[in-house]
Design a protein around this ligand. Structure first.
Ligand code: TRP
Length: 335
């Protein structure tokens, strides 16, 4: 029997997920389950590299867990768990720290950006963030890691750390490859369509949150900037980033090519197009929102699923951790 490849991905419980996160990542979580053995973590250990309000972090962790279930992650097919519930992550990070150079870490683009943005709190965790991420990936012997542009460098350092460790001790870790899902129109801001849609956009009209109710989605879409030309044509073009973005969104959600979308709206203009995009988004998100509400209401079920996920994750993680610990010369505790 052919072994399925292992996919690993983590997602932080900070901020509300947007339509961009949905189209770029979360939507694929469900799809990948058919082809791969998928392991999905709520990366709460990563989140505290930036100061968090405890009650809010707790709430968001629950919410994100429920949201991933609602968006199609099947806890029987995949492993869905909360990172801080599996101690092996912190333990593995320590060992890997000793195989990572300060120079490598201080060169990371995200570290440089974040230490500027949070200059009052440049803590060691912020620097060490990529090593924790390497521990996540390597503990599960992942073959594939879906990554956006912002995490590509972290996957590269993961590969370097793994190869360095393997070079000393033999094949302990699988070297992971980046995985680029087939579709994934990059979703841009509705207000500044040359920038990526971001949940931390201070202008709420720039993004659609996965949990935005229908009237809010409709309103934000109607306010979405279409371009300053007078042509009023639904057409993909570099000089029309606003309309092009909306066409991309509509195409992905309707499973159409952008040409088919242009065809569908030929001669109809933005007035007809924008509400149609809004409807497509509402139609996609509505069932997820309903399921989400159902999961969140049932705290006992959520807790049971978290426990099950952590147990299943831990079994795999501990196997790798023990192997690495033996290699470096630790005496494993007997039980
Ligand atoms: N650092 C990732 C992010 O913020 C989240 C993450 C944590 C992750 N561990 C991971 C992603 C392992 C992929 C693999 O987006």
């Amino acid at each position: 029997m052919e072994q399925k490849k292992i996919v690993y991905s983590g997602i932080q419980p900070s901020g509300n997920l947007t339509l961009g996160n949905y189209i770029g990542a979360v939507r694929n979580f469900g799809k990948m389950q058919e082809e791969f053995d998928c392991i999905y973590a709520i990366a709460d250990l990563h989140s505290i590299t930036v100061r968090q309000e405890p009650a809010l972090l707790r709430r968001r962790t629950n919410e994100l867990f429920a949201l991933l279930l609602a968006a199609g992650v099947d806890p029987e097919k995949s492993i869905l768990y909360v990172q801080s519930q599996v101690p092996a992550h912190a333990q593995m990070t320590w060992v890997l720290n000793c195989f990572t150079y300060m120079g490598e870490l201080s060169r990371m683009t995200q570290f440089k950006d974040k230490s500027q943005k949070h200059s009052d709190n440049v803590n060691a965790g912020l620097l060490d963030y990529p090593v924790l991420m390497a521990a996540d990936i390597l503990l599960y012997q992942a073959n594939l890691v879906p990554v956006g542009a912002d995490q590509k460098q972290h996957l590269e350092i993961t590969r370097d750390i793994a190869a360095r460790f393997n070079g000393v001790y033999g094949d302990v870790f699988t070297i992971p490859e980046p995985y680029i899902p087939e579709v994934g129109a990059r979703v841009m801001s509705l207000q500044v369509p040359t920038e990526k849609m971001s949940k931390s956009d201070p202008n709420e009209n720039g993004f659609i949150a996965i949990l935005d109710p229908p009237d809010v989605i409709m309103r934000k879409m109607k306010r979405a900037v279409t371009d300053s030309d007078t042509e009023n044509a639904v057409r993909v073009a570099p000089e029309k980033p606003g309309v092009s973005n909306l066409i991309g969104i509509y195409a992905v959600l309707q499973n159409k090519t952008t040409q088919q979308v242009e065809e569908e709206f030929r001669g109809k203009g933005y007035g007809a197009f924008k509400p149609a995009v809004a409807e497509a988004i509402i139609e996609t998100l509505k069932p997820i929102q309903d399921e989400y509400a159902r999961y969140l209401k049932d705290k006992a079920q959520l807790e049971a699923l978290m426990k099950q996920g952590a147990e299943r994750a831990e079994r795999i993680a501990v196997r790798t951790l023990n192997k690495a610990m033996k290699k470096v010369g630790f005496i494993l505790r007997s039980y």
